[in-house]
Design a protein around this ligand. Structure first.
Ligand SMILES: NC(=O)c1ccc[n+]([C@@H]2O[C@H](COP(=O)([O-])OP(=O)(O)OC[C@H]3O[C@@H](n4cnc5c(N)ncnc54)[C@H](O)[C@@H]3O)[C@@H](O)[C@H]2O)c1
Length: 303
């Protein structure tokens, strides 16, 4: 790592207070992908992580994604170099956000962690900077609660893997301004993604519908309606879903899905999202899906 006070400038060089710069905070699964797609669209990006080794891994992963793109013929070697030149690492939060037009956080899904982070970002970033959270479920209103400028905050919910998935949910909280929403939507289009605009509501649009389908499939399996293979095949062949709901639950992780369904059950009420007994049992037994090799299906290569 370079000197701690100095952000490692993208190799193209920078001018002071450069408009259009994007800061991505959290360089994990989602953060490095967000940095990559923003850079591919021509933005200069500074990536920051509280853990220096995660930052290094995130930057390396951007390179690895681009290498794969080159080997598949989807990215030219020149494009690879250009994108890499636009992404730099910042050792401190202040360095990352000081000149940012847009700050996107992708730190773990914990309300207090994200609130503390935004409280730290707000005085460090330019006053008109757009602040975005990649939360998959947390309330935008709660995240904005202690901010001086809650109108500047919105949700930009990307999907994994970010460099491949086209959808971004643009989530407006009660205090999000129209201008913020418009800038969020146009940023998503600029980076070649498809925005959908969603009100701040548990599970937004994607998780709420996706989890509803997954839970119903688990209840059908519990009731012996059909095998896991056939329930998935029904949706894959009958409804042209690229992947059945049980296989998808295996991919996401049964523990992750259980957490989301508990949250939706708690916040939306009723019985729709009450986690089925089978799901609880499989999680307790450590059958978490692909990452453990066993879920509704068997996976030969655990993650
Ligand atoms: N993984 C997914 O499939 C997925 C999909 C959509 C949305 N999300 C959401 O994206 C967010 C990030 O998820 P992820 O899977 O990328 O997590 P991750 O654990 O892979 O990465 C999080 C990174 O944040 C860093 N971090 C923690 N605290 C920090 C701080 N205070 N400042 C800076 N960096 C910090 C960690 O070191 C880690 O590298 C979560 O809100 C999650 O719900 C995840």
């Amino acid at each position: 790592m370079s000197a701690p006070q100095e952000p490692r400038a993208p190799r193209e060089g920078r001018t002071p207070r450069e408009r259009g710069q994007v800061a991505v905070i959290g360089a994990g699964t989602m953060g490095h992908g967000i940095a990559q797609v923003a850079a591919a669209a021509g933005r200069r990006v500074l990536l920051h992580d509280a853990d220096p080794s995660s930052l290094e891994r995130g930057l390396a992963q951007v390179g690895a994604n681009l290498d794969k793109g080159v080997s598949l013929g989807k990215v030219t070697p020149g494009e690879r170099e250009t994108v890499l030149a636009r992404v730099g690492g910042a050792d401190t939060l202040a360095d990352a956000v000081r000149e940012a037009e847009l700050v996107i956080e992708a730190v773990p899904e914990k309300l207090e962690l994200k609130r503390a982070l935004f409280a730290a970002i707000e005085p460090l970033a330019p006053p008109d900077a757009l602040l975005a959270t990649n939360t998959s479920s947390l309330s935008i209103a709660e995240l904005a609660r202690d901010l001086e400028r809650p109108a500047n905050l919105l949700g930009l919910h990307f999907f994994n893997p970010v460099h491949i998935m086209k959808l971004v949910e643009v989530v407006h909280g009660p205090a999000t301004s129209e201008a913020t929403l418009e800038q969020g939507v146009s940023f998503v289009r600029e980076i070649g993604r498809e925005p959908i605009v969603v009100r701040d509501s548990p599970g937004f649009a994607s998780s709420r519908l996706g989890v509803a389908l997954g839970l119903e499939a688990i209840r059908m399996l519990e009731e012996g309606v059909a095998s896991a293979e056939d329930i998935d095949r029904a949706m894959e062949l009958g409804y042209r879903h690229p992947m059945g709901p049980l296989r998808l639950t295996d991919l996401v992780g049964l523990d992750v899905r259980l957490g989301i369904s508990e949250y939706l059950h708690e916040t939306l009420g009723g019985e729709r999202f009450r986690p089925p007994e089978l799901l609880r049992r499989m999680v307790a037994e450590g059958r978490l899906g692909r990452k453990t090799g066993h879920g509704f299906h068997e996976w030969n290569e655990p993650d």
